[in-house]
Design a protein around this ligand. Structure first.
Ligand SMILES: Cc1cc2nc3c(=O)[nH]c(=O)nc-3n(C[C@H](O)[C@H](O)[C@H](O)COP(=O)(O)O)c2cc1C
Length: 153
């Protein structure tokens, strides 16, 4: 089974929960590892040579989490074997704005360690910063599992 890593930087648990939901949906076809980047080094991810990487991004002050983006830039610098596929999702508490994704677009342009970027991303709105996700989110997350399965083929 190909290895997929899902990395998050969750504080309130929202992006961690969704990471596990995605992992649950993918685990029949992939060997999935979910990890917080808190206490994880980019070296540890690089060493595993994952086939795919799924990145959870919290929206903080209208931007995709800077710490996660910095982690990806560090990973890019030391990775030997390119990651075949990368996908990402956002959790946020305000109305979704395209601007939230801009920083991540920039980061993805900067990093050369990935071969293919999933053309669709997931965004899940929270009722408030601490969660829970708004009604209908589980269906959206399940649909994204199908999107990921097609993309990861
Ligand atoms: C300091 C801070 C700033 C935030 N800024 C925004 C924001 O600008 N836009 C938004 O939609 N949500 C914002 N949020 C909400 C978070 O994106 C949301 O709670 C997210 O799900 C947190 O992920 P986590 O539960 O995995 O830590 C903010 C939350 C915190 C704590």
């Amino acid at each position: 089974m190909n290895k997929i890593w899902i990395i998050h930087n969750s504080e309130h648990g929202n992006s961690e929960k969704i990471s596990h939901q995605l992992a649950e949906g993918l685990k029949d076809e992939y060997e999935v590892t979910v990890k917080s980047i808190r206490g994880l080094t980019p070296e540890e991810v690089a060493k595993e040579e994952p086939y795919g990487l799924i990145v959870a991004l919290r929206v903080l002050a209208f931007r995709a989490d800077n710490e996660m983006r910095a982690f990806l830039v560090k990973l890019d610098k030391l990775i030997q074997k390119p990651i075949s596929k990368i996908a990402y999702f956002f959790t946020h508490a305000l109305k979704w704005k395209k601007l939230f994704a801009k920083g991540m677009d920039k980061t993805l342009k900067k990093i050369g360690c990935v071969e293919e970027i999933c053309p669709e991303f997931l965004e899940v709105k929270m009722e408030k910063a601490e969660g829970p996700a708004v009604e209908g989110s589980d269906e959206k997350i399940n649909e994204y599992v199908s999107t990921l399965k097609n993309f990861l083929k």
